[in-house]
Write a protein that binds this ligand. Sequence first.
Ligand code: FPP
Length: 265
Amino acid sequence: PRHIAVIMDGNGRWARKRHLPRVAGHRAGVKSVREIIEASCRLHLEALTLYAFSVENWKRPRSEVETLWGLLRHYLHRELPELKRNDVRFQVIGRIDGLPAAVQNDLDVAMVETAANSGLRLNIALNYGGRAEIVDAVNSLLARARKLDGPLEVDERMLGEHLYTAGLPDPDLLIRTSGEMRVSNFLLWQIAYAEIFVTDKFWPDFHTLNLLEALLDYQKRERRYGGLGDSTKTAEPDRELVAVNGRETTAEPDAGELPSTPLRQ
Ligand code: FPP
């Protein structure tokens, strides 16, 4: 896949299972965020989009919401040098002007300082809603129409160019942790043809090996985009390969550890 989107779910349940406060789950979740970003760099993924805070998440207790902003700011301060070293281009999607000013400021710094990077495009979805995004795109198109003399006829490509994800390929693979079979208002337009991988693991228990497992599962699927596909294809290859953007590497999700050499060649 070129673009993977992730609904990071289950931090709270991970904590509850351990009789810890919910924020301990979010703290542990940040470790998975770091690990999955690093793995995505090594796999030469083009884009990774992580759902960190939805427009509905404001309903959570104020203290939890504030802890999330604190964790995000702490993450940005600590990880920005590493993101730069890995050539990551950091971006955010969502109604960013609704975030606390200090958070917006830190996000701006990270975006500006990584703007020229050409590696992984990392999108963090914050104050994000899929319907809100489509509404914002429609309003942006209406604003454009008002500036034009003639009528504006909208097609799918044009609407896509007014989404927060303009310029990015649509996600090929949507991963959701902690077992829920829901899309939860995430990238509604963009996941039209995405393959969906749901794992029972809670987000803090989701590690690189689980990402590889999702990739192997994805590669066994036949993507037909509404067509008939290639029925002459035979199933299982002898050896399982993880190939991302043309680079291949062997990976065995049950082996218990990662190959010691970097995954790219
Ligand atoms: C879902 O678990 C998780 C979130 C809503 C927050 C995700 C945020 C982070 C991992 C930390 C900050 C982000 C970055 C990018 C550094 P939940 O609380 O909904 O779990 P539950 O469903 O078990 O209650």
